[in-house]
Design a protein around this ligand. Sequence first.
Ligand code: BTN
Length: 336
Amino acid sequence: MMKPAPRETILSLFSQTPGGFVSGERISAELGVSRTAVWKHIRSLRQAGYQIEAIPSRGYKLAKAPDVLMPESIQAGLGCRLVGSRVRCFDETDSTNLQACRLGDEGEVDGLVVIADRQSSGKGRMGRQWESPAGVNLYASILLRPSILPFEAPKLTFLSAVAVCRAINNCTGLQPTVKWPNDILLDGAKVAGLLNEMSSETDQVHYVVLGIGVNLNMHVDQFPADLRYPATSLAIMTRQPVSRLDFTRTLLQEIDVLYQIFLEQGSVPIMSAWTDLCDMTGKPVMVDCNEVQIEGTMTGLAEDGALLVRTKTGKIETVYAGDVRPASRGSQCFSS
Ligand code: BTN
């Protein structure tokens, strides 16, 4: 395991003493550097936007952290077993998924997290674009190297979905729902989208990238006028800003826990948690799959993650790709 950077160690000490002072002596001992060097690290944290109080007899206290996504603030005291073992943050990139794939090809470690403040070509499902303005949302991709067969990789989308719902609930108290295959909704409006990508051979996965975009503080005016679906952000729903840093850390912790469950117990507990979050199960749905429309009742998920729909004739249709919507109010919710 790589030794944490000095700034990360200092932030970790602050996170272990919330609201309290950490003595210069303790920091100097933890880092194995002089008190002058400690002061220089504190100065560089202040330059990065951290408000740090200093009282000679007591030490240093973190008064306020900036809501900027930086590796050291994300990693400090994160407590994950794997996810976030390495974090790379970009002010701007084309797409965090593309970055993670490039880094995956170069041999980057299992658990790497790639985050961007802004994406110039954020990728959505089915070749669509993901709106990615600066300073407001979370755009993250997590590189995982599970020993699974390629057909099992799509199941990890359900893992991301459950983790995002749990993080939203932890940070806001709101209870999102999931929409097959990879949308997260609040009151029927999309708040987060997931796009997993994979590099594999026929019988071996090299890596999977979990791409996650969550609308955290996006304002109504920042959504494109021609969106195909209703969209929202956590700040719109709660009427208050959400800390990007707190949300990101919570999300990574949730993914880490669920990924351990996936590795140890398989996908069944994950799919079952996803099904509990889906309010369309047992209800009438309409599925648009290319040129074909399937109408029926959503009965649940197949073992491989496909959507199961029972049609009027009683036949169970297995859907591998498409857009699903409630049959009763579909035309109000979606335009083509
Ligand atoms: C969708 O619902 O269409 C999927 C959207 C996925 C967006 C995220 S943002 C982070 C990651 N990088 C990308 O380019 N896309 C995913």
